[in-house]
Design a protein around this ligand. Structure first.
Ligand SMILES: C[S@@+](CC[C@H](N)C(=O)[O-])C[C@H]1O[C@@H](n2cnc3c(N)ncnc32)[C@H](O)[C@@H]1O
Length: 412
């Protein structure tokens, strides 16, 4: 790099650093004022200022590394994730003591029955981000490695890498073969192409191996729990309290509610409002529920068929529609709409992408969904789907700092 270019880089780094310093001050102020509070506005402010800070750090990282090094950063990231996955399978994470004391490469290799040299080479890639190496080839846990011991986090990591990293690698091959357009077929999409599913959909394919399916479910559940803060974006209690209800009134039907994690929270948010709460999903999913769900009725239902509950006040559908293409979403929505009355409303709890400047999570989630024909949607796209299903979008509820939102709709 010549001197002029280097000076320009220094100027860019200086500017990015100033932004990070500003962002950090802002974050610290917000934490002082709103940290630890559980109201949505405070959670939103903390989340927004943290997102801004991380975005500033990304810009600083980019400015410091420069354009060429940023190309190689991608290879670095691929090698890193590959090494972490291999170390997970090797068993290092379980072997290292949880109190932070270290173990030598010799001991680890011996106890895990692996080649010492291979272990050292993998750890060389993983250590700077993940483990500590207080002395040469003595390794210990840090909070960044311990987090992989959480089954949900580990499941999500393994799922994303095992299932989707190969698919992302094959995206260009798939599109070159089948045309540059969003895939619409359940049995011919980047996922089925990469995994050679032989006519099975992704949903059928992941069930082939029961052990793998367990990891899959743990990961899905973990993601649901991670986004559970967003359930209260819709003011359930305030809205339902405005209605005259009896013990017989169906307050909420949670369509495609899975194991009922969100349903339980909805129930808590509707405390003191008289009425019923119903959890619907496919019968085989409901059979897997092991925990007690007090005062929640379970009902087997395929959401591609008309909803058997007529005239509920709220039909709630969370994190389901993003799995499906527009055509299937309209079918699902029509099968809810046909059971709604004028006093029913539909709530879609999903990511609502902004028209521009989506956050990193929204963007990668959308691309992941795309690999099997699903989609994250903007408010405009939600509105179009609703219209096609005979519904009208009334309002979109959101909160700063996240794209998770709730789209409210009524019969047209
Ligand atoms: C990502 S999970 C969301 C679960 C839950 N709503 C939540 O937010 O945690 C998608 C759910 O859609 C359900 N689902 C898929 N196909 C379905 C169908 N044909 N009828 C009913 N539910 C279905 C799945 O069983 C799963 O529970």
């Amino acid at each position: 790099m010549d001197k002029e270019a280097a000076l320009q880089q220094v100027a860019a780094i200086t500017q990015a650093l100033e932004e990070v310093t500003k962002g950090l001050k802002q974050y610290a102020t917000v934490i002082q004022e709103s940290g630890g509070k559980s109201d949505l506005e405070s959670i939103g402010q903390v989340s927004q200022s943290h997102t801004d800070l991380v975005s500033g750090v990304r810009t600083l990282n980019r400015a410091s590394r420069g354009p060429v090094d940023m190309v190689f950063a991608q290879i670095e990231a691929v090698a890193y994730t590959g090494a972490v996955r291999a170390l997970l399978e090797m068993g290092i994470f379980e072997k290292l003591p949880l109190d932070g004391t270290g173990l030598s490469a010799d001991v680890l290799a011996n106890e895990l029955r692996v080649e010492r040299d291979l272990l050292v080479r993998l750890m060389r890639v993983a250590v700077p981000e993940l483990f500590a190496e207080p002395e040469p080839q003595i390794y210990s846990h840090t909070p960044y490695s311990m987090v992989y011991l959480h089954p949900g986090v580990r499941g999500a990591f393994k799922l994303m890498l095992g299932e989707y990293a190969p698919v992302f690698n094959k995206l260009s091959e798939f599109f070159k073969d089948s045309g540059w357009k969003s895939p619409q077929s359940e049995t011919n999409n980047p996922y089925t192409f990469t995994h050679q599913t032989k006519g099975l959909t992704m949903w059928e394919h992941v069930k082939l191996d029961p052990d793998y399916f367990k990891i899959w479910n743990a990961a899905m559940n973990a993601q649901g729990i991670a986004t559970s803060f967003a359930i209260s974006i819709f003011p359930f209690k305030t809205e339902l309290s405005k209605m005259e209800t009896t013990e017989e009134t169906v307050l909420v039907v949670d369509v495609g509610g899975g194991l009922g994690h969100a349903t339980k929270q909805v129930k808590a948010l509707c405390e003191d409002v008289k009425g019923r709460i119903i959890l619907q999903d496919r019968p085989e999913v409901l059979e897997d529920i092991t925990e007690e769900l007090p005062e929640i009725e379970k009902m087997g239902h395929d959401f591609f068929t008309p909803n058997p509950v007529k005239g509920a006040l709220i039909y709630y559908i969370r994190r389901c529609l993003h799995d499906w293409n527009d055509e299937n979403c309209v079918l699902i929505l029509k099968n809810i709409a046909c059971s709604m009355t004028r006093s029913s409303r539909l709530l879609i709890a999903e990511i609502v992408l902004p028209a521009t400047k989506a956050d990193v999570e929204g963007a990668w989630m959308d691309l992941t969904m795309m690999t099997f024909t699903g989609k994250e949607r903007t408010e405009q796209q939600w509105g179009d789907l609703l219209k096609d299903a005979g519904l009208r979008l009334e309002k979109t509820y959101g909160m700063p700092g996240t794209h998770y939102g709730v789209v409210e709709a009524y019969l047209t």
